[in-house]
Design a protein around this ligand. Structure first.
Ligand code: ADP
Ligand code: ZN
Ligand code: ZN
Length: 754
């Protein structure tokens, strides 16, 4: 009999620590690390937990409880995943249970092992090209059927002589944005057939694969450099201007890893970006390519999880394209992690814990697998570029766009002057209107960027200056015209648009400022013939809405696309020649040490969408301050100077990357209580860390969802290992939590805040 009678278990709770349970006799031979088990915690509740260690050390507690049962006889979580969870919990100061909750969404833990049947769709027989063309021709009058069949052919890459490749019904309908009804007709007509198969174990034959593109000289050189740097370094920063062909280099690196039988994780900061890249990857790598993000249903997530864990070469995913949470998939054999747009702030999770940075966690994950990391960006983060300068990372640069197309030319449009001379047409300068007009005349496309959604950021009484604010948060309510409501962007609180002032009852309420919705309205008035669409949080709530908008723009069914940061990066449109940045000023005036870096990145990235294929693009930046030094740098596409200036400033004032930061947010529903407790914690921390403590102070938004907020920042020296300082911080918080009445506080720790 085994002596290992105890199991340390991670439970999905925000409580630090692991929990020890007894392994009952009948399970002693079965329970292993990584398994999911049911246990009782607290007085009654049952939880699914993950076993992380099996041992024979009896804990010093009375009435130790026993594991109730195991959820399955195999391990759900592998050793490397457990190591990653532990690292994240220690580094980001959260519980392993919180990491567990992020890593295995609730649905997965319920369904993970259940095999299920899935319907697959395939061609009814091998058609020749002529036959297919005849069929497609025939369907001309049934465009939706034609579209669905075309989608099937596109996705599977079917061509004369290749094998027929079945594709899951749900995937086909998702990708083609078609409906089950349309599909039924095609099946009835005998063109497609359905086939129910258990999952896993689908005999997927691979579709046609397009050979890789031949790299340009500059790309080949960069590719060679990356590989030779990988011999000495684990991490290489690929700094290539927008549209220099970074993605093609990744594709070449992926192919080499696949040939060696390794897994590859390709991270992107935003779901919108996966749409285009997945097509590019599947074209070359076919069925081994999986995609993962939060919009998938529970079933789909389970399938992806299983296929990453799978070894069967016909069924497994080797290449995963995903957003930050895909770090938690059950990889066993990673060879390479690509972090594209590595500078992007969306890689940092804000809420809830774990508040991890996916780039930095990816670097840890890679080291656990002895895998390499490539960080790619046209505008690297100051942190990563600094690491490259210090020689910690390798550095490879691509200075020209692919095809020697020039970087877009940038026109600064002075809004202050245009207002003074009465040349503004609603929120558009003559320069921007001119550029749009010219592009429309040539059937070219336009993107307009505005980093605020809604119609107007606030409304105001023109008589007395009264502004409606949220009742739960210290923010103005944003007017959304489409739904006729004022909405809080922090808590969702919404009221109808008031017909009169809440203070003086005047009916002279006016909208102030402008968001994407207003831009959409106005541009339609100025260019009534243009086809206009908008891409922001409000228009992309459905699962397929990103797909639809991006396809429509690719297929030139939209002339002008208005959007927030989701259109600002990574997208590659052939016919897009003009980009307008509607208001650069509010990007620059944000009180944060990263504001200048961020606004440079944003402007450079959104500019980078213009003129990527045939000819140089045009960018119009509207600003009231054309002399601004960051804008001058964007004008010259001068990343390196931006880096130098930022690095000097941050060194002088001791900000990251020259120190580490931990941010403590303290929340209380009562302002006076909050002040008392935050001052207490501040004093305690200052006694330990001295001048390294900033605050407590009120953040820009000092109240959210009825909680008042204070923040304390602690700067920790780079040179010292951070674990000791973090430990002292935790101890100080423990002391505060022991104070009378402190249980009404919420304390949030954020390591490396963004
Ligand atoms: P980046 O990732 O640097 O923004 P991309 O890889 O998207 O750049 O390349 C920009 C455009 O140039 C894309 O449309 C891509 O298909 C094309 N391109 C890049 N490299 C090649 C190549 N070697 N052969 C053909 N087309 C290429
Ligand atoms: Zn609110
Ligand atoms: Zn009023």
């Amino acid at each position: 009999m085994s002596n290992n009678r105890f199991a340390d278990i991670i439970l999905p709770l925000a409580v630090r620590g692991r929990f020890t349970y007894m392994i009952p006799e009948n399970l002693v031979e079965i329970v292993r690390p990584g398994m999911m088990v049911s246990v009782q915690f607290g007085s009654r509740r049952l939880y699914s937990g993950i076993v992380c260690k099996v041992h024979d050390k009896s804990p010093e507690i009375k009435n130790i409880k026993s594991i109730i049962n195991v959820r399955d006889n195999t391990s759900l979580i592998n050793k490397l995943q457990l190591t990653l969870w532990q690292w994240i919990s220690e580094y980001y100061l959260c519980s392993e249970g919180e990491v567990m909750k992020a890593a295995i969404p609730g649905e997965i833990s319920q369904n993970i092992f259940k095999p299920r049947l899935e319907t697959f769709i395939k061609l009814s027989r091998k058609y020749t090209e002529d036959e297919l063309n005849a069929i497609l021709d025939n369907l001309k009058r049934a465009p939706r059927q034609q579209e669905l069949l075309s989608s099937y052919l596109r996705i599977t890459g079917y061509a004369t002589g290749t094998e027929i490749f079945p594709i899951s019904k749900s995937a086909l309908l998702t990708e083609s944005q078609s409906s089950a009804v349309i599909l039924k007709v095609l099946v009835k007509r005998g063109i497609l057939v359905t086939d129910d198969q258990p999952v896993p174990g689908i005999p997927e034959t691979d579709g046609y694969k397009e050979p890789l593109k031949k790299l340009s000289d500059a790309q080949s050189t960069a590719w060679g450099e990356i590989k030779s740097q990988f011999r000495e370094k684990d991490i290489v920063l690929l700094h290539g201007v927008t549209s220099s062909g970074k993605t093609e280099i990744y594709i070449h690196l992926i192919e080499e890893q696949l040939k060696q039988g390794k897994q590859i994780l390709y991270l992107l900061p935003e779901i919108a970006l996966t749409t285009q890249i997945i097509d590019r990857l599947r074209r070359h790598f076919g069925a081994v390519t999986g995609i993962f993000h939060s919009r998938f249903s529970a079933h789909e997530k389970v399938e992806i999880w299983n296929r990453v864990a799978e070894n069967d070469p016909l069924y497994c995913y080797k290449l995963i394209l995903g957003v930050r949470s895909s770090l938690f998939l059950p990889f066993s054999n990673l060879g390479l992690i690509i972090v594209d747009e590595e500078h992007d702030g969306s890689y940092k999770q804000q809420d809830p814990a774990p508040r991890y940075h996916a780039r930095d966690s990816a670097i840890m994950l890679a080291s656990m697998h002895k895998a390499k990391v490539i960080l790619g960006s046209a505008t690297p983060s100051v942190e990563s570029y600094n690491n490259a300068m210090k020689g910690k990372y390798g550095l490879t640069e691509l200075k020209e766009r692919f095809g020697f197309i020039k970087l877009p030319s940038i026109i600064l449009a002075n809004t202050r002057e245009a207002y003074r001379k009465k040349l503004m047409v609603s929120n558009f300068t003559p320069e921007l209107l001119q550029a749009i007009d010219t592009a429309l005349g040539k059937d070219e496309q336009i993107i307009l960027f505005r980093n605020r959604r809604g119609f107007s950021p606030y409304i105001e009484c023109s008589e007395c200056g009264w502004i409606p604010v949220c009742v739960h948060c210290a923010v103005n309510l944003t007017y959304h015209k489409g739904i006729g409501k004022l909405v809080c962007h922090y808590c969702g609180y919404a009221i109808s648009m008031p017909s009169e002032c809440g203070n003086c009852h005047s009916s002279a309420m006016v909208t102030r400022g402008f968001g994407t919705e207003k831009i959409e309205d106005e541009i339609k008035i100025v260019f009534p013939a243009a086809r206009v669409a908008r891409m922001d949080q409000d228009t992309t709530r459905n699962k397929n809405s990103f797909n639809k908008l991006i396809r429509a723009f690719e297929e030139r069914r939209i002339d002008i696309l208005i959007g927030t940061q989701m259109i600002s990066k990574g997208l590659d449109f052939e016919n897009l020649t003009v980009v307008g940045i509607l208001n650069a000023d509010n990007l620059l005036n944000y009180p944060d040490f990263r504001a200048h870096e961020r606004s440079f990145q944003l402007m450079e990235q959104v500019s980078g969408r213009a003129g990527r294929r045939q000819k140089q693009g045009n960018v119009v930046i509207q600003t009231s301050d054309p002399a601004n030094k960051i804008i001058r740098l964007v004008l010259r596409h001068d990343y390196v100077s931006m880096f130098r200036i930022q690095a000097e400033e941050r060194m002088a004032f001791n900000y990251p990357p020259f120190c580490r930061m931990v941010k403590i947010s303290i929340k209380h529903r009562d302002r006076a209580q909050l002040n008392y407790y935050s001052d207490t914690l501040g004093r305690d921390l200052k006694a330990i860390f001295g001048k390294r403590v900033l605050g407590p102070e009120s953040p820009v938004i000092s109240q959210v969802q009825s909680w008042y907020i204070k923040t304390i920042l602690i700067k920790i020296e780079r040179e010292k290992p951070p674990a000791r300082a973090k430990h002292l911080i935790i101890e100080a918080i423990d002391r505060l939590e022991k104070e009378k009445g402190a249980s009404a506080l919420k304390i949030i720790l954020d390591v490396d805040p963004y």
